[in-house]
Ligand binder design. Structure first.
Ligand code: EZ4
Ligand code: CO
Length: 402
């Protein structure tokens, strides 16, 4: 079953996406998400200029071999651009295999380990009261787990918070927007938010929070301690994880569970975190960590060390990635939770999909393969427009993590 075509589709239905479409000689096609938010065209070029010529003529069933052919064959292995490209190829090959055999991908991954995939919603507000309302609204929509992000007093713009009731979408056209940061003000307000959320919404709701890499280890330890009475499901990305050993310090000080890894490209970015049990959830995604094949290896290592999965699922991971994440999450034993930020109606229209949401759970559906497609005519109506994520500066102007 030879691959005869490898096409890269770049579109912007409300935000930018890069999609790889592989077609076999039998006319079966498979999709992979190749979106790397803010650096999209680098992956598009990597695929079009360097990977597509290698794929044409290859046997689409050789998923594992193709992964290593692209990873080891590049010599310059790893990194977000290359691993996103390999991930897209891998995902498309699983999609093709499922369609060829007439089964949903989760059946190829060992079958279902649970009834559905628990997802968490995003909630946010300008202040604590608005954020509590937003979390309550997510609960009313059926969610059993909600991530809460609130505006910080004295900071005009903060990660995770939109203005005027709009959905949160950080990528903006033009030069990157600049936001202002104060760890002191943030650390003062977050415990008050979760104190109120727990008091008003009760003990059962899973509450999550994303620190988004903005604290130092000792600050993160302080926040984790302050949040302990409110029993968070997790505290996400408390500090940047380039130095994995940095998490030892946080771990020594707090029992608040820790989730890390949405920007990880491979198992080598988290092997210390997992082997030393420094985290509770690993957030690597199908799109950015080498596809279903490599993400399964991360999950299997994590299973040995009592770490569960919690895959990234922001709006910049396309419905193709969401479908793949749901097949993965339904099948993998040590599944923890799946993020669901949601997509614009234009995006939903461009990517028709079989996955569904009901009562806090998502299901990938029973369509063969991933159960997601791309309407190329609809995609063509939404051209790509260059956009960047914001940069963040401390009150004195020093560039900080966003
Ligand atoms: O900022 O995906 O947990 N989710 C997140 C996301 C990331 C974006 C960056 O492209 O941290 O909102
Ligand atoms: Co995050």
């Amino acid at each position: 079953m030879k691959i005869v075509d490898a096409k890269v589709i770049v579109c912007g239905p409300g935000r930018n996406f890069v999609t790889l479409k592989l077609t076999t000689e039998d006319g079966v096609h498979g999709l992979g998400d190749a979106t790397l938010n803010g650096r999209e065209l680098a992956v598009a070029s990597y695929l079009t200029d360097h990977v597509a010529p290698l794929l044409v003529g290859r046997d689409a069933r050789r998923i594992e071999d193709t992964w290593h052919y692209l990873y080891k064959g590049a010599y310059w292995r790893g990194g977000p651009v290359g691993m996103t490209a390999i991930g897209a190829v891998d995902t498309a090959l699983w999609d093709i295999l499922g369609k060829t055999l007439g089964v949903p991908v989760y059946q190829l991954l060992g079958g279902r380990s649970r009834d559905g995939v628990t997802v968490y919603a995003h909630a946010h507000g300008a202040d604590i009261d608005e954020t509590v309302e937003s979390v309550a609204a997510a609960v009313a929509r059926g969610y059993k787990a909600v991530r809460a992000q609130s505006g910080v007093p004295g900071l005009p713009d903060t990660y995770g918070v939109a203005h005027g009731g709009a959905a949160y979408e950080p990528a903006k056209r033009g030069k990157p927007p600049e936001t202002v940061w104060s760890s002191e003000r943030y650390l003062e307000s977050v415990p008050r938010l979760f104190e109120k959320l727990r008091r008003e919404l009760g003990p059962d709701l899973h509450l999550l929070h994303d620190v988004h890499h903005r604290l130092t280890p000792i600050e993160a330890a302080r926040l984790g301690k302050a949040l302990e009475p409110h029993h968070l499901f997790w505290m996400e990305d408390p500090v940047p994880a380039e130095l994995q050993e940095g998490y030892r310090l946080i771990r020594q000080h707090t029992t608040t569970p820790v989730a890390v890894g949405e920007i990880f490209s491979s198992i080598h970015d988290c092997d210390v975190l997992i082997r030393e049990q420094l985290i509770d959830y690993v957030r690597a995604s199908v799109a950015h960590a080498g596809g279903i094949t490599h993400l399964r290896k991360i999950a299997h290592l994590a299973e040995l060390h009592h770490v569960r999965t919690g895959c990234h699922g922001a709006s910049d991971l396309s419905p193709v990635c969401m479908a793949a994440a749901l097949h993965f999450g339904l099948s993998v034993h040590n599944f923890g939770i799946q993020e669901r930020m949601g997509h614009t109606p234009e995006t939903e229209h461009v990517f028709p999909h079989a996955y569904t949401f009901s009562d806090g759970l998502m299901h990938p559906g029973e369509a063969p393969g991933l159960g997601v497609d791309i309407d190329e005519a609809a995609a063509a109506k939404h051209p790509y427009e260059r956009a960047y994520l914001p940069v963040n500066r401390k009150l004195d102007g020093t560039l900080h993590d966003w």
